[in-house]
Design a protein around this ligand. Sequence first.
Ligand SMILES: *Cc1c(COP(=O)(O)O)cnc(C)c1O
Length: 491
Amino acid sequence: MNPQADIPQEETLDPGDWDSMRALGHRIVDDAMDYLETLRERPVWQHAPPHVKAHFEGPPPAGPMPPGEVYQEYLRYILPHQLGNAHPRYWGWVTGSGTVIGMYAEMLAAATDAVSGAFSYMSNNYVERQVLDWCKDLLGYPRTASGLLTSGCSASNLIGLAVARNTLAGFDVRGKGMTDQTRRMTLYCSEEAHSSIDKAVELLGFGSESLRRVSIDELLRIDVAALEEAIQRDRKSGCHPICIIGVAGTTNTGAVDDMNALADIAAKERCWFHVDGAFGAWAAIAPRSKHLVAGIGRADSLAFDLHKWMYLAYPIGCILVRNADDHRRAFSLTPSYLAHGEGDRGLTGIDVPWLSDYGFELSRGFHALKAWMTFKEQGTAKYGRLIQQNIDQAHYLARQAESAPELELALPVSLNVVNFRFTVAGVPDGRLNEINKQIEIEIQEQGIAVPSTVTIRGRIFLHVAITNHRSRNDDFDLLVREVIRIGKELT
Ligand SMILES: *Cc1c(COP(=O)(O)O)cnc(C)c1O
């Protein structure tokens, strides 16, 4: 009897047949390119019907399936029923649209299973540092600032507010925890700020009651006088105001808080100034619109996305912190970051902290690569023109809405977001709300375009947020025509 027979053959997840797997890869790239090249001819989205939902119920697959068949399932059940945000007429909520070379970059990053975060002396960490430096340069932030690429602006806001808390609490938050708080720490943002701020405030142990939602002016920006009053009121009642959060581009309307006024108040009140510039920060590179976000460079921490208005595929966001020491002190678990350098033969002279010393995750994907490759391929000047093009398109659509008697604009366009509604003289708001909600559903379900809706002062408006490099003016003409057609059919 052969004693070897009991030993199972060693296994691997690599293909048994490299040639056919290679052919499948080529096919996948071809199909993805076909998808992107013909996007415009297809409906924006198609909801998954019940049989598709049913397909995703069932036990884990115990045995193998040929890779070509797995891919067929993707083509049949997954590809057609996604959000469709790469489509030229997708403008719902605030969503990006992706780039072709960015898709390749994600594949390349996966090919080497690249890990970013630790081991500073690897090329992928240098790529991330360069992308961070480019972001600083483009957004008017000092090179001495620190930063980290994140999974999105929610994570960026969490990191920024964590640094604010640990820097200004006045006690050792990392050691003592929030129970050592003798005075309640308070934070300030407008009523229109994003829910990710609430989540960050709750996760960091401030408690949601510590977040002061300050009232807004007629353009839905934070009311600066009301902010100052709120801070004074809190000081009188023994609270400890520590952070002012400005929004550069609110999700609902694209409103931009007065950044310079907020920076001045923060300096006077010895508060941290955090800016949530999820998409709006990028107006800073638009040739004719930089002034709209003047002052964001004064933030102590600046959070933004690269998967919304910089059009990169999900996920990728960023946080920049003006004082790199504050940033590292909030997250580093190494007493001296030089400790990481030990053992790096001949390289110990380069004092590069690990990227994981700037956030809460250790292992992260190599998302920097899609930013780096896309920025190189396109050039940042073109990016500036595209951001400007989206702002110009918002004004174009707003003019159409203003000049059509059936349509009404909610408020003047401040950035790249247009809110308008179908209206009929003499019909009350309650009924108009129902009609506009129905228009949203019809226009989406008929596959024409994807706007979303928002409620502004009790009225429902269609919401068109233009963070799409594929949209053209005639797409907005079509939207206007179809909204009027559907609105008339409904009334
Ligand atoms: C989208 C958005 C966020 C959250 O960003 P994610 O990338 O979705 O995590 C935060 N703030 C504003 C203003 C946003 O529009």
